[in-house]
Design a protein around this ligand. Structure first.
Ligand SMILES: [Zn+2]
Ligand SMILES: [Zn+2]
Length: 256
């Protein structure tokens, strides 16, 4: 029984066959999923998908790449939606220095506003970090995000930042890259993170795990991520699945 803690079933890439993709995930043993919304189009769709399936949940937030587009009304809208019974987290939010659509100072401001919102509504946050680790950590510390904690999604940094994240009340979520042959960092992290702070995700449709690398990712493939981590940690897939699912249910405050 697995929990894909970060999936974009609300993405364009699943428009044609979303229900088949969901069914394949359930058939593979993925019992729970959190669909992550990140802009005006994907947020309502994340909630709609969650409403249609008992064990699918939604997260609502604004992506850093599009930070420049977020208005005060959008922030108020996200706050309203946070009280929806299937919304379990605020995010994804964070910093993405790979793309330059939104200037860094605007990304930081939008990130801070969303952390404050999450603290106000007392919900965990989902962090998107691309090439911005030091600034992310500084902002999380300055805003005292520890109060709500959350997920470092698709963690792709060296193991040296893991302890800092754990100290701030964050879980570490690993996805497809842990299965890539040449990816050493996520493999180190996979064995370094205490089992009670580890999560698995796909970030589908992106970052499909080996042997599907380069193809469209889907939530059923979270099993490939879990199998790889279990192998690296030298524990059974059952134990890894059970623990990471338990972690996600606790973090998202889901009572099943
Ligand atoms: Zn992301
Ligand atoms: Zn994402």
């Amino acid at each position: 029984m697995l929990f894909d803690t970060h999936v974009h079933l609300n993405a364009e890439q699943f428009k044609q066959d979303r229900e088949e993709v969901i069914k394949r995930a359930f058939d593979t043993g993925v019992k729970y999923m959190t669909v992550v919304g990140f802009d005006r189009e994907t947020i309502p769709l994340a909630i709609e998908i969650a409403e249609q399936h008992d064990t699918i949940y939604a997260a609502v937030g604004w992506h850093p790449v599009d930070a420049i587009d977020m208005t005060d009304e959008d922030l108020e809208w996200i706050e309203e939606l946070s009280s929806h019974p299937k919304v379990v987290a605020i995010g994804e939010m964070g910093l993405d220095y790979h793309w330059d659509k939104s200037p860094k100072d605007i990304q930081k401001e939008v990130f801070r506003k969303q952390i404050r919102l999450a603290k106000k509504v007392n919900m965990p946050i989902i962090i998107h970090n691309r090439e911005a680790t030091e600034d992310i950590i500084e902002i999380l510390q300055e805003e005292d995000a520890k109060e709500v904690g959350g997920i470092m999604h698709c963690y792709n940094d060296s193991a040296k930042y893991v302890q800092t994240c754990l100290d701030m009340n964050f879980y570490i979520s690993l996805g497809g890259p842990v299965t890539f042959k040449n990816a050493h960092l996520p493999k180190e992290v996979a064995v370094e993170v205490p089992l009670e702070r580890l999560l698995v995700e796909t970030d589908a449709p992106f970052l499909a795990p080996h042997p599907n690398r380069g193809k469209r990712n889907e939530p059923a493939y979270v099993k490939l991520v879990a199998e790889k981590i279990a192998e690296l940690r030298e524990i059974s897939l059952e134990e890894l699945s059970e623990k990471t699912t338990e972690n996600a249910l606790k973090l998202f405050n889901i009572n099943q």
